[in-house]
Write a protein that binds this ligand. Structure first.
Ligand SMILES: [Zn+2]
Length: 324
């Protein structure tokens, strides 16, 4: 069966078959992608079987397909994707990430990035408060750039414009990303976020948008900027826009790049690459931070409702994460 043919009911049937083979006290966690399951891999209890869901639409379709009893043993975890998910939020056994996706949850909510930077910078003698200031500066840059790129891509998607291009290395088609910006290294070393118009112009060339397409994206963004956010009652609120538009994978990518430049020429070990940086993020998660993570709070609620254990206990959780 190809991925394209895989749909909600088929995923539901597969889950049903797996449930029948599992011991009665075991549960299935269905997440959208490998990145989502790996973001959670360190905190799941042993009796949890992980199933990749092939996207949000299939996950929601499979959730509808299953019976109430089957849903008690199947937890679906889907990405927010910056959409209005009010209807989905009300459903049992279906959890939506607090930020745009699970990776960005890990990056933002748990504030791990700043902690990693402080530890990396603090290899040399110096004031900790200075490192904290530098770390906050890096954090703001990463958030702002990922948000700006995510916003343009989201608007283009909504307008039905081309947002995919052929990857120069793999030859496969993928979404346009922060790494396609030609001066990405300069931005990451100087912590200067390129202007909205600069990113728009680069994407226009890469994706062969017309003048009319560019005007549509610009107008839609301007209309979005004047709206006030619900939480802070501010227009153009970076915190809320970041939650909605910043893609977790790009946040991690930018975080690793910034760290590489900050470490360049410094003493101590070399900067971690993308995968090592991802592991560092997970290792920075404390059980206290997890308790404050809405995604985890929602999983705990499901545990109470369904009567099954999904997450390790806080003590075991901390120990497991430290082993990364
Ligand atoms: Zn806000």
């Amino acid at each position: 069966m190809s991925i394209l043919q895989f749909n909600g009911p088929q995923l539901g049937q597969k889950i049903r078959m797996v449930l029948q083979t599992l011991p009665s006290d075991h549960v299935i966690l269905v997440a959208e992608s490998n990145a989502d399951t790996s973001a959670l891999s360190g905190i799941l209890a042993d009796a949890v079987h992980v199933q990749k869901g092939m996207g949000k639409v299939n996950c929601v379709g499979a959730h509808q397909y299953l019976t109430d009893e089957e849903r008690r043993r199947t937890l679906f975890l889907v990405d927010c994707d910056g959409e209005d998910n009010q209807e989905l939020l009300a459903k049992d056994a279906l959890i939506i990430s607090e930020n745009r996706d699970l990776e960005s949850d890990m990056f933002f909510r748990l504030r791990s990035f700043e902690e990693i930077l402080v530890r990396q910078f603090a290899q040399k003698d110096g004031s900790l408060s200075l490192f904290r200031t530098a770390a906050r500066e890096c954090h703001s840059f990463v958030l702002e750039l990922a948000t700006r790129v995510g916003l343009i891509r989201d608007i283009a998607n909504r307008l039905g414009l081309q947002t995919r291009l052929e990857d120069m290395c793999t030859g496969k088609r993928r979404k346009v990303s922060v790494r396609d910006l030609k001066d990405i290294d300069t931005y990451c070393s100087s912590l200067q976020t390129p202007a909205f118009e600069t990113i728009l112009s680069e994407f226009r060339n890469l994706l062969t948008w017309t003048d009319g397409d560019v005007i549509s994206v610009r107008n839609s963004s301007a209309a979005n900027s004047v709206k006030k956010c619900r939480i802070h009652n501010e227009s153009d609120c970076l915190a809320c826009k970041g939650r909605r538009f910043a893609n977790g994978h790009e946040l991690v990518d930018l975080g690793a790049r910034v760290l590489a430049f900050k470490r360049h020429g410094g003493e101590g070990p070399p900067a971690p690459n993308f995968r090592e940086f991802e592991h560092l993020l997970r290792a920075s998660v404390t059980s206290d931070a997890c308790a404050d993570w809405q995604t985890v709070t929602r999983i705990r609620r499901f545990e109470t409702w369904g009567g099954f254990t999904i997450l390790r206990t806080p003590g075991a959780l901390q120990q497991n994460l430290q082993s990364y």
